[in-house]
Structures are given as C-alpha cells and as structure tokens.
Design a binder for this molecule. Structure first.
Ligand code: AMP
Ligand code: MN
Ligand code: MN
Ligand code: MN
Length: 280
C-alpha cells in the first residue's frame, strides 16, 4: 500500500471534511504523508498542519491552482508551498476575483434555466470561501434538481449545459512561475482526466516543462491501469517526477484515502524534492 497521498481537499475549498477530519481520516487509513491541495486557496493549511503534528502525519502544504494553456484549462498542484509568499497571495486574490465573477454568471445562467438562488446557495455552502462548481452542484442537489453531485455534472455546469460559463483562468506559464517562486514543486494534476489526444498531451507537457513544471500525477484516484501506464510513459519521456494523489473530496464517490496504486518503481517520485520520509 502506498503511504503517500499528495492531492486532497478539505472544506477550505470543495471537500466536505474539515482539515482536521481529513487528516484524521488519512491517518486512520495508513497515510503517512498527506498533501492538502485545496482549489485556489491555502486557508486550510494551518489547521491541517496542527492536526498532522498531533497524529504524526507528515503534512505537505499544497494548493491546486486553476490555469489555462493554449485555450485548454487544467489544474496544477503545488507541493511544499510557502502560503505566505507574496506572489502566491497575489495570485490567490486574483483567482478569488475570477471565481466570484464566474459564480455570478453561473447563477445567472442557472436562473435562466429556472433555478433560483444559486449564487447565495453556493456561497453559503462555500462557508465564506471561494465557490467552486462543486458548491453549485451541492446546491442543485439540495434543491432536488438531481440526486447527487455526479448526476448534476451530467446535466449542468459542463459545456453546453445550464450553469456552464467559459472562464479565463491565469496562464500556465505564470501559475507555474508563481509556484516555483513560492517554493513549491509544480505537478500537473490528473492529466488523464482531460482525455487529451496524444498531440495535445505532448504540446501541453512541453509548455508545462518550459514554464518550470517538475512533476506529473501518474497515479490518481481515477486512474485506470491503462492511464497509469500511459502517464508513466509521459513522465519517463519528459523526465518528470512521478506524483500520486487521490483527489479525495468526501467519503463516498471518490477513491478512499490510502488506496492509491503504487507508482512504477523505475520512476523517480516527486517526494524526493519534499521534506517527506514516508517512502515505506
Ligand atoms: P471548478 O474549479 O470550480 O471548475 O470546479 C472543479 C471541481 O468540480 C473539480 O475539482 C471537481 O471537484 C468537480 N467536478 C468536476 N467535474 C465533476 C464531475 N463530473 N463529477 C463530480 N465532480 C466534478
Ligand atoms: Mn474539486
Ligand atoms: Mn482538479
Ligand atoms: Mn483536486
């Protein structure tokens, strides 16, 4: 079993467990090193670090940043980030502004489809943090529009459906640069999930490398044996460090913490660059 999980979420962005509950759950399931990587925020890191110190879990301070490259949106996880770094704080503020404007447009689009109150509903569920699509999805479930979050994403909030709005996220080059300047190791998150063609995968990996990217998630919560092999191949080809992250948000519906498949043994793991000793 892999005792390292370098991608997880708490209530600070769109998870359902508090940072303390998340760390306790990871600990109970044998995870010895855990990265908290909430969407566009570091708000949960201090609480998670305190909980991890109590339990003897190695907490890697992280973030998952929204970005785009050549018109494609993607997420970059930053591992070992300094949450006080000024360039990062600036980018986080900017992302909050982008998300707030986007939330207003999403709510307007949902209102047109007959779903009222989504802006207030998502804001309430975000508990004062930055609203993500998941908060909108939970509001739609509350309203009885769909049975669960997964069902919402089939009919709403995705391209060509009510509640979807195109968003201009900060460019990849800048996001990766800010992570490097903030002491973090930039890792391309869940690349298999985009279903990019081979040509797009190579193009975007080359842009990521040119920007200063260092790692790629080879083993993710939604990996299949095929996608794991494919992205291990890209990691080898481009000399990227291999990362592994569950992308856990909540109990049920996501892979359980501590259940990631192992990384291929020939690949250098990203935790070599982190103060993490959990390679057992
Ligand atoms: P946002 O960053 O606001 O666009 O929200 C992205 C988040 O929405 C992802 O990190 C997931 O947590 C969630 N999400 C996206 N697609 C789906 C889906 N098909 N099912 C469940 N959650 C999803
Ligand atoms: Mn999420
Ligand atoms: Mn993501
Ligand atoms: Mn994530």
């Amino acid at each position: 079993m892999l005792a390292v999980d370098l991608h997880s979420h708490s209530t600070a962005s769109d998870g359902t467990l508090t940072p303390t509950e998340l760390v306790a759950r990871a600990h109970a399931r044998g995870v010895r090193a855990l990265a908290l990587t909430d969407h566009d925020t570091v708000a949960g890191l201090a609480e998670a670090a305190a909980a991890a110190a109590e339990l003897g879990v190695e907490l890697v301070p992280g973030i998952e940043l929204s970005t785009q490259c050549q018109g494609r949106s993607m997420h970059i996880v930053g591992l070992g980030v300094d949450p006080a770094a000024s360039a990062l704080r600036e980018l986080i503020d900017e992302l909050a502004t982008i998300r707030e404007a986007r939330a207003e447009r999403m709510a307007a689009s949902l209102a047109k489809a007959g779903i009222a109150g989504a802006l207030e509903g998502a804001a309430r569920l975000a508990g004062g943090g930055v609203p993500t699509r998941t908060h909108f999805a939970r509001y739609l479930v509350e309203q009885g529009v769909a049975a669960d979050v997964g069902a919402v994403f089939k009919r709403y909030l995705v391209r060509n459906r009510p509640g979807y709005v195109r968003t201009d996220w900060p460019e990849l080059e800048r996001v990766v640069g800010v992570l490097r300047a903030s002491g973090a190791v930039p890792v391309m998150a869940h690349p298999h999930a985009h279903r990019w063609t081979g040509a797009w995968s190579r193009r975007l990996l080359e842009a990521f490398l040119a920007a200063g990217g260092l790692g790629v998630e080879v083993a993710c919560g939604t990996s299949t044996p095929q996608s794991l092999q494919a992205w291990a191949g890209y990691a080898r080809r481009y000399g990227l460090l291999a990362s592994c992250g569950s992308d856990f948000h909540s109990p049920g519906g996501f892979i359980e913490l501590g259940r990631l498949p192992p990384l291929p043994e020939d690949l250098p793991p990203v935790w070599r660059l982190l103060p993490v000793r959990a390679e057992a």
